[in-house]
Ligand binder design. Structure first.
Ligand SMILES: Cc1cc2nc3c(=O)[nH]c(=O)nc-3n(C[C@H](O)[C@H](O)[C@H](O)COP(=O)(O)OP(=O)(O)OC[C@H]3O[C@@H](n4cnc5c(N)ncnc54)[C@H](O)[C@@H]3O)c2cc1C
Length: 132
């Protein structure tokens, strides 16, 4: 067993400070990192849990989006602004979701909304495999 310390970040500033320490790793949903810990591929000295940070998605005055560190992929893919202005992002998240991902508990930061965005119709109806 490899010992490490665990710290829950109080806010973004705290997360940055703790994450700057040599050997520190951020812990999100843990779906990827915990596997790497089990296999001893990752050997962090400290895990900085960022799941308590804001998961909000805000539209900024300059037309951009501010996506919180704890925002779940599903929430991003389903957000109205993402679906209307950043459709490629919504589609990339949904396309990355494997059947296994749908079985991961809702807490995991994995996409699990296979029906969030229907595929576009083919440009040429007589050639349904038309590449884009
Ligand atoms: C059963 C299963 C199915 C999966 N299916 C898919 C899939 O279909 N598509 C896919 O893309 N992935 C898939 N994954 C991989 C994994 O779940 C994703 O990559 C997921 O997005 C990891 O998010 P997490 O929050 O769990 O990250 P974690 O495992 O907590 O962390 C992963 C890495 O990101 C860093 N990190 C975490 N949060 C932050 C943050 N806020 N800021 C900076 N760095 C951070 C960590 O330090 C670590 O290095 C799957 C995993 C499992 C177990």
């Amino acid at each position: 067993m490899i010992p490490f310390t665990y710290a829950r970040a109080a806010d973004a500033e705290d997360a940055l400070r703790r994450g700057a320490v040599a050997g520190a790793r951020y812990l999100g949903g843990g779906t990827n990192l915990v596997d790497l810990l089990r296999e001893t591929i990752e050997r962090p000295g400290t895990l900085v849990d960022v799941t308590g940070l804001p998961g909000t998605i805000e539209e900024t005055a300059d037309g951009g989006l501010l996506i919180g560190a704890a925002a779940r992929n599903t929430a991003v893919a389903e957000h109205r602004a993402v679906r209307t202005r950043y459709l490629v992002l919504a589609r990339a998240i949904v396309a990355g979701a494997s059947a296994a991902a749908a079985a991961v508990p809702a807490r995991a930061a994995v996409p699990a909304a296979p029906d969030a965005t229907p595929p576009p119709p083919p440009r040429h109806p007589d050639r349904p495999q038309d590449p884009r």
